[in-house]
Ligand binder design. Sequence first.
Ligand code: EUG
Length: 610
Amino acid sequence: MSPSPLPSTPTLSNAHDGIPSRLLLKATSAKDLIYAGKTVSDTIHLTRGLPVPQGISKPAFLAAIDDLKSALGAEHVQLNDTEIKNGWYMEHPNTHDMMPLFDFEEFVASAVVYPSCVAEVQMIVRWANKHLIPIFPISMGRNLGYGGAAPRVRGSVTIDLGKRMAKILSINEDDFTCLVEPGVSFYALHEELQRRGLGDKMWIDTPDLGGGSVVGNTVDRGVGYTPYGDHWACHSGLEVVLPGPDAQVLRTGMGALGVGGENTWQCFPYGFGPYSDGIFSQSNFGIVTKMGMTLMPNPGGFESFMYTFPNESDLAPLMEIIRPLRISNILENVAQLRHGLQTLSVKGHPRTKYYSGFGPMPDAIVRTELEKTATGACAWVYYGMSYGPAPIRKLKLDLIDSAFKQIRGAKKIDPATLPADEYFWSRDRIASGTPDLEELKWVNWMPNGAHAAFSPVSPIRGADATKLYELAKKRHMEAGIDLMPAFCVGLREMHLIVEIVYDAADAGMRRRAEKCLRDMIDDAAALGYGEYRTHIALMDQVAGTYSWNDHALMKFNNQLKDSLDPNGILAPGRCGIWPQRYRNRGWELKGGESSSEGVGVGPRAGSSKI
Ligand code: EUG
């Protein structure tokens, strides 16, 4: 390989968010590819100047920032007033969304602050309450496809928790648990298990890309691909800083015990009384500073398998086959059923290598191109994993084989025939708890490649899969965008993940992508499907679809918000929850707006000013 002209990717030995050295070569070529696909400058000058949040004058804001600098050290507070830089997955911005649906300058922070401990997080919360400045905590800011590091309210001060709070506080070999801070990535946790010689004994569960924060991904209810793939279900215990003026800290579950709670904190998630953890996931009710996570015992063997299915119409009967196998745990992991086009795009080539026409790439071309690859021409590919010693795997794999082969033309691909760089082996690593970087390759499909996801959940049924697939297809056709769906099958539900890959520097394409996403959200809602997670620009719309009984759930969320965060300083608008000071002022985004901002904010809670 020729040496990269670009600066080297930071590794875990010099950055909390770096790449493990075992993946450095892969990162180098991934970075080269991404930079080769950039047609616009990486640096964006803030033509609109310092994004001072609404409700405070620029001089008052700057004076408040000076206060914060004296409290935390000037080097731990950065004003964001000149330019922002996009970078790439491994060297991503913490000031904005590098994969925006609006322009790069819209969802942007006014400053970034780096606390080193819980007491400093509390200090920042008190400061925000004093000055009525919106703050937006990120763990590491790699929530790409869902807004990345970007605050919902333009000009919020980003709290980058991860940079200086990146400790693995404990790994318990007896209980198979750990306790981590927000700056610990899946990469870092995995490397630490190897370093301690525990890699053979216990596994982590990782998403497709391993650079994300374990805390961040879990509180956003992210998904991985081992039997521990439901991250939220696998966590145990939180430490949370509340957003009120006194910035209380609490620990949930057994961590709430007055003495010795650490004992059982990571073993039993519930403690006593109402189970509070839920309200700190996908919310703006608190800042999570520590989280317990369970680790999976090495199952004593594992074996990936891959089946291809020839026809688009195989989707429905296949889902009917998958459901009982998954619920009874014969299919043991959160596997993926991917559209053929996604297996093509993950090779990392730009779309123009295959097709340059406008609109979705014709099926015939996808099939012809797939014909030349390991999967052969097919409509769907199932990537799964069987766990345990060989005789146990054989029982399960035989059941799966005869069930899958009920589909005419179903083919099992023999892994022994696949070269080491085939995508299959990346799925193999991920489903056995080794975080990877391979998935990034399909962003090269478009120049300045960005992605944003449509992520509805449904039962594991043929009829549901078909309805969701058809509506996605229709809307992609209208928008002229390639459709790359993947069904991620949980225990009794599936997440359909449709990542739209678009050119982030092309305003027209961004608008088409946003329109397509919004149309799919509305279509899905009309059929009774909701999203499990969404991009920051789409949160109001998605929250609005959870409207049962006159929006009873949002009314409850608003009540919690007003009680916990009376001044409305913490991540206003996140997940569609707006504090009182912002309500009814036009902050909600439902589509077609040119600005993400409303008109002003109200006075301090309890203030007599109107
Ligand atoms: C993916 C999976 C997700 C998600 C976003 C992306 C994977 C893409 C299961 O959840 O939310 C290949």
